[in-house]
Design a protein around this ligand. Structure first.
Ligand code: FAD
Ligand code: FES
Length: 355
């Protein structure tokens, strides 16, 4: 498939319900789009990228799905107001049943790869959204034990309080919930948090989502429990610096003669949406830029190595990633790489966008 317009890559999602979760957070439930149901199939922990009107035209923001694909029939995101932030406040002030938001298909790699391992789910504030999706999936579809640690300033800030209490009652034999409230427990520090979560098995896999300092504290505690660094996964919430709805910018390419350029280029065979394309990939350029320059419809959101939307499988050849905050050792062993960060190391490379 060659490069598509925004209208082809994105879908208008209709809002069916808005649920007030706390004074500054609400959930938005979208009807599953009937004409794009397969494109909106998702894994627990993935996110949507939505377009929000702005004085400059529009901006894009990512919001994790708080619904769980095996449990909820519709798509739900949960947005918490960021102080002085633009999009989160615009959404909370303007979205109502019947509104619609343009969204890219679900993306992201913050999803458990192994559901047979015990899980430690750690969230702070709005970081509960992908964690809730993972939690509901683990409890409804699997038999592993789950520890949920959820930190907030105050009891009134706890998003999904009722839902979590109901899960705790229903799955009391498999689920331990630890609420950390700054107003009661003080700011989280490793020694105090460790006292509360002594029961974590070293073989557990951990998923962390919240402010960087909080995730650092949780990581210190989990490493102290014997959980390996490779089993600790993080989702970082940040605003997108670029607009994935806008036409992709072309990379800067120094002027060289055609012969010189093809001598320096890697020949790449790329499978995208089931179709195979062969292009020249200039030396030093990242793969995503090379594909977009050829008008090929490669997936992406952040273009910064943070979101995982551009993950592909490397079938032949070698690449090097300039940065990788997303893929873990398991993903790398499976051959996954990020197109927005990969430069070629070999003369030929074969890849597939099959995630
Ligand atoms: C994968 C992913 C999933 C996410 N999931 C969720 C989710 O489920 N729920 C959720 O609520 N959020 C989520 N986020 C965060 C979300 O995308 C936004 O970053 C968040 O809503 C803030 O956006 P905003 O436009 O309101 O704030 P912005 O306008 O982007 O502002 C962000 C911060 O920067 C400050 N700021 C803005 N402009 C300036 C300036 N000119 N100078 C100095 N400071 C400035 C603001 O005060 C604010 O503190 C997610 C992010 C990612 C990447
Ligand atoms: S586009 Fe986000 S990691 Fe590549």
């Amino acid at each position: 498939m060659t490069s598509s317009t925004v209208e082809q890559r994105a879908h208008a999602l209709r809002v069916s319900r808005v649920v007030r979760e706390t004074a500054d957070a609400l959930s938005i439930v979208f009807d599953m789009p009937a004409d794009a149901r397969s494109e909106f199939t998702y894994s627990p922990g993935q996110f949507l990228t939505v377009r929000i009107p702005h004085e400059t035209g529009a901006i894009a923001r990512c919001y994790s799905l708080s619904s769980a694909p095996a449990v909820d029939s519709d798509l739900q995101i949960t947005v918490k107001r960021t102080q002085h932030g633009y999009a989160s406040n615009w959404i909370c002030d303007n979205i109502e049943p019947g509104s619609s938001l343009l969204s890219l298909r679900p993306a992201g790699m913050f999803s458990p790869r192994r559901w047979d391992a015990d899980l430690v789910l750690v969230a702070a504030g709005s970081g509960i959204t992908p964690i809730m999706s993972i939690l509901k999936t683990a409890l409804a579809c699997h038999s592993n034990r789950v520890v949920l640690i959820y930190a907030n300033r105050d009891i009134r800030d706890v998003i999904f309080h009722n839902g979590i209490t109901q899960l705790e009652a229903r799955y009391s034999h498999r689920l331990d919930v630890i609420h950390w409230l700054d107003s009661v427990d003080g700011p989280p520090i490793p020694e105090k948090l460790a006292d509360r979560i002594a029961a974590v098995p070293p073989s557990a896999h951990a998923y962390l989502c919240g402010p960087a300092e909080f995730m650092k504290v949780a990581e210190t505690v989990l490493l102290g429990c014997g959980v390996s660094a490779a089993s600790i996964h993080r989702e970082v919430f940040a605003s997108l610096p670029t607009d994935p709805f806008a036409p992709p910018r072309s990379p800067f390419r120094p002027t060289t003669s055609l012969t010189e350029a093809s001598q320096q280029a890697t020949r790449v065979r790329a499978e995208i949406d089931g179709e195979t394309h062969t292009i020249d990939w200039p030396q030093g350029e990242v793969l995503l830029d090379a594909l977009l320059s050829e008008n090929l419809d490669a997936p992406y959101v952040c273009r910064e190595g943070n979101c995982g939307a551009c993950a592909f499988t490397l079938r032949e050849g070698e690449v090097e990633m300039l940065c990788n905050d997303t893929l873990d050792d398991y993903d790398l062993e499976k051959g996954l790489r990020l197109a927005c960060q990969s430069v070629a190391l070999t003369d030929t490379v074969s890849i597939a966008f099959d995630q």
